[in-house]
Ligand binder design. Sequence first.
Ligand code: HEM
Ligand SMILES: *[C@@H]1O[C@H](CO)[C@@H](O)[C@H](O)[C@H]1NC(C)=O
Ligand SMILES: *[C@@H]1O[C@H](CO)[C@@H](O)[C@H](O)[C@H]1NC(C)=O
Length: 315
Amino acid sequence: MAAIVSLLALFILFISSSVSSLSSNYYDKTCPHLESAVTSAVKTALSNDKTVPAALLRMHFHDCFIRGCDASVLLESKGKNQAEKDGPPNISLHAFYVIDNAKKAVEALCPGVVSCADILALAARDAVALSGGPTWEVPKGRKDGRISKATETRQLPAPTFNISQLQQSFSQRGLSFEDLVALSGGHTLGFAHCSSFQNRIHSFSSTLDVDPSLQPSFASNLRSVCPAHNKVKTAGTTLDSTTTTFDNAYFKLLLQGKSIFSSDQALLTNPTTKALVYKFASSHKEFENAFVKSIIKMSSITGGQEIRLDCKVVR
Ligand code: HEM
Ligand SMILES: *[C@@H]1O[C@H](CO)[C@@H](O)[C@H](O)[C@H]1NC(C)=O
Ligand SMILES: *[C@@H]1O[C@H](CO)[C@@H](O)[C@H](O)[C@H]1NC(C)=O
């Protein structure tokens, strides 16, 4: 009996330590100027390159979906080990230098104290806010992981996923249908390469060349940018009509048959997710509130053990 009780106590301790270790004031004493240092690194990068916010938001998502938000996405391949960033769907990952610059600034202020995972979470928040989106308090106290494997990028949801595959991918990480729809709204920023939506515009099914849920003239445009045997590696299209502005245009376009990925379109194939798409399309405010709630949830999946000094290498 005593053994069962102590096991139970241990279990409860384990659960609570893995969910409640983050806090908004984590670095208040040890690194009070952390957040302004990160914001200024993001601002500087953004002033030279408008694609930086999208890159940082996607980088944070990839980080959190593999081994938790532990900056595993930032590690470089070493020896025989191929890191996540050299894995197959790394096609749009870029702007790693922004995190390196922020880390350098933070190390100068408070050496060895702040994790790369926290810096990435803050940079993603700044990326959204500086693009005209909402802002929020980022819970902090993540640790950096020591493992990054290219093969694990297979755990990321694919753009060809249907609604049940998306639901499974999100629920495995404690994320709901509402989180799925709200976070898919991240596709209000950025760019997609042809290979990511090729399945919808060429040989869609045995009988149809083009996905019939795509609005016809929108589909023709995509087909002219991305011909069947496209050789231009950089070719592709913006994810919504206002690619550097964080707004709810993504949801409005989705309802007009103008989404880019099958995984976006899939949100209309289930009554619950479809209702959420309508809600976010009709209210910018509802989208922002839901996005903030969901990204805090996603970014609170933790996994690391140490504080790296250089975000590219383990200590
Ligand atoms: C629901 C499952 C998701 C799938 C299947 C998915 C898939 C993709 C794919 C295939 C790309 C384009 C890659 C390329 O061709 O270059 C992309 C881009 C992007 N995704 Fe997602 N994504 C998902 C969820 C998310 C989430 C949760 C976020 C963040 C909240 C996000 C943010 C972005 C951003 C910002 C870009 C543009 C990146 C850039 O332009 O640099 N995505 N996504
Ligand atoms: C993506 O992976 C390839 C090798 O698989 C590598 O050459 C390239 O640098 C990687 N891209 C990024 C942005 O890390
Ligand atoms: C989604 O795809 C999986 C794998 O191909 C399939 O087993 C499942 O039935 C599909 N679900 C829906 C709702 O289409």
